[in-house]
Design a protein around this ligand. Structure first.
Ligand code: E4P
Length: 231
């Protein structure tokens, strides 16, 4: 499963990319608004940091003509940009045109498997089911994810499933087990994936034991044997 960071914060993206396991970034109007910088420049800075990874940038028009204008513009900014368009009739109309023009579109705010069926037929590059936001209204978001994957596999749709609104490591684990193509998560959740108390305890034990035998063991970079031989 590819891992995307769901943030527009450059520091977080830099830290994630430096770890070598981040495949892309998703942004939305709320996330970019938080950063308080001009949209185009900020998205281009994210592209620079993410290098070969995909960067998702969302339109804000709600009518098809406006979405088409914004999507065509945003798509020219950088070859790694995927344009996010909301799951509305206007959005799907725009998607049908954009996909034929070769512009990659991520349909966002997907909350039902039938919405996902429609956008796959219209040629979406990514579909973004919002797992956590369904959980928020007492509906199991992971069920939605499973149903979308089942439909897409049944018809060999090429649209990639981008599990979005992942709020904790269990969401990430379940999305990965189901075979989601991508999972996008806040930086905090990404960091949680690294952690395990037994790793910390195990490492502390190894280092303590090494310290006790340090005299005999020597230094990895300057082994005792080498030092003696050199003298
Ligand atoms: C996806 O692209 C969205 O930006 C995101 O996953 C929304 O997550 P939230 O429900 O935690 O805001």
């Amino acid at each position: 499963m590819k891992i995307f960071l769901d943030t527009a914060n450059l520091d977080e993206i830099r830290q994630g990319v430096a770890l070598g396991v981040v495949d892309g970034v998703t942004t939305n109007p709320t996330l970019v608004a938080k950063e308080g910088k001009p949209f185009r420049e900020h998205i281009l800075q994210i592209c620079e940091v993410v290098k070969d990874g995909v960067v998702n940038a969302e339109v804000v028009s709600t009518d098809t003509a406006g979405m088409l204008r914004e999507a065509r513009e945003v798509a020219t900014w950088h070859p790694n940009i995927v344009v996010k368009v909301p799951m509305t009739q206007d959005g799907v109309r725009a998607l049908s045109v954009l996909s034929k023009e070769g512009i990659r579109v991520n349909i966002t705010l997907v909350f039902s498997p039938t919405q996902a069926l429609l956008v796959a037929k219209a040629g979406a590059y990514f579909v973004s089911p919002f797992v956590g936001r369904l959980d928020d209204v007492a509906q199991d978001g992971l069920v939605l994810l499973r149903e979308i994957l089942e439909i897409y596999r049944a018809y060999n749709f090429r649209t990639q499933v981008l599990a979005a609104s992942l709020r904790h490591p269990m969401h990430v684990l379940e999305a990965a087990k189901m075979g989601s193509h991508i999972g996008t998560m806040p930086f905090k959740v990404f960091e949680q994936l690294f952690q395990h108390p037994l790793t910390d305890r195990g490492l502390a034990g190894f280092l303590k034991d090494w310290e006790k035998a340090r005299e005999v063991l020597g230094d990895i970079l300057e082994p005792a044997a080498t030092r003696k031989a050199a003298r």
